[in-house]
Every structure is written in C-alpha cells, then in structure tokens.
Design a protein. Structure first.
Length: 186
C-alpha cells in the first residue's frame, strides 16, 4: 500500500510515525534519505492501517455521543461552582498551597490550567467524570503552584498527594474525547 506522508527531519536519533486523522507524519534524523523513510513506512504498514481504523472508529463513536443541551450545560456549571472550589480548598489545605481565583468554563481542549498569577481554571465537563478524575485534575493544577512544569519533581509532588493519579489520568485520556464530544467539541 502506498502512503502519503510528511517527512520532518531533525536532530533526533530514531525514526517514528505519527497518525493524526488522515495525516501520516514521519519524524526522522537529518541524515535519513527518502528511500529509508519509505522503507520504514512500508515496514509499519499494518500498524498504520490499524491506527487509522482506531481513529475512524473513535470519530464514529464521538459523532454518536448524545450532545448536552444548553440547560444541561447550565446544570453542570452550577454543580461545578459548588463542587470544584470545595475540592480545590480540600487539597490546597492538605498541600499547604495558596491560590488566586478559580475560573470555571466549558473548554474545548483543557481540563484545567494554572496561571503564573496562581489562578486556577477548570472545565465544567469534569462534572461528567468520576470524582477521582476531578481530584486528579485538581491535584495536578495545585502542584503547578509549586512547579510550573512537568518535571520529575512535579510528578513526585502529585504522587505524594494523589498516589492513584496515573489510574485516573489514564481514565481521562481514554474517555476525555467522548466527554468533550458531548459538548460538541469533537
């Protein structure tokens, strides 16, 4: 099978593939020839086909997800106004963290963020996730008050407060797109 792809060369040491929708991206060391890239793509044909099938199936599932009405979004926002500040206060007290304001909105791409001014932002769609997922996002953002990066020290702090972080972050990675789809974002 012939695949059209974008070849991106850089100082990297290995060749890798990335499937983004219908787009195939090959990342390769600067010294890689077109022929070597073609051979790499052909060698991984089965993986590419499988990945594209998974993406197509996921998109079909997202299209089939029932959309939230304006009224339902309003109810989620009201729930979020009560629940999220309570969870933030609980974990901030446990961690000895101080923060600025909390902003809640329905966002297309993020579950939470932390600004340099120590303001916290959370997605109201977190109300559609298990409580443990909300807690994992809250802890993640509060840890940014101490470490504004995703370094090993940052994750040490996260795991110290929330040892089950990987489990619930994994849940969000697996199911987050479907939740976003309910708001019409996918």
């Amino acid at each position: 099978m012939d695949f059209t792809y974008t070849l991106i060369k850089s100082k990297r040491k290995t060749i890798s593939l990335e499937v983004r929708g219908d787009e195939l991206i090959v990342r390769a060391p600067n010294r890689t020839t077109k022929r070597e890239a073609d051979e790499f793509v052909q060698k991984h044909e089965a993986w590419i086909v499988k990945k594209r099938e998974q993406i197509a199936a996921r998109k079909a599932m997202e299209r089939a997800v029932p959309r939230l009405s304006e009224e339902e979004l309003h109810v989620l926002a009201q729930m979020a106004k009560k629940v999220i500040p309570e969870r933030v206060a609980y974990y901030a007290q446990r961690m000895g963290a101080s923060y600025g304001r909390i902003t809640l909105r329905c966002q297309k791409t993020r579950w939470g963020s932390c600004s340099a001014k120590k303001n916290l932002n959370f997605n109201i769609l977190l109300m559609l996730t298990p409580p443990e997922v909300l807690d994992s996002v809250v802890v993640h953002e509060l840890c940014h008050l101490f470490e504004m990066n995703h370094s090993a020290r940052f994750y040490e702090r996260v795991y110290a407060v929330y040892p089950e972080y990987d489990r619930w972050n994994g849940w969000l990675k697996k199911n987050g797109d479907l939740i976003m789809a309910r708001a019409g974002y996918r």
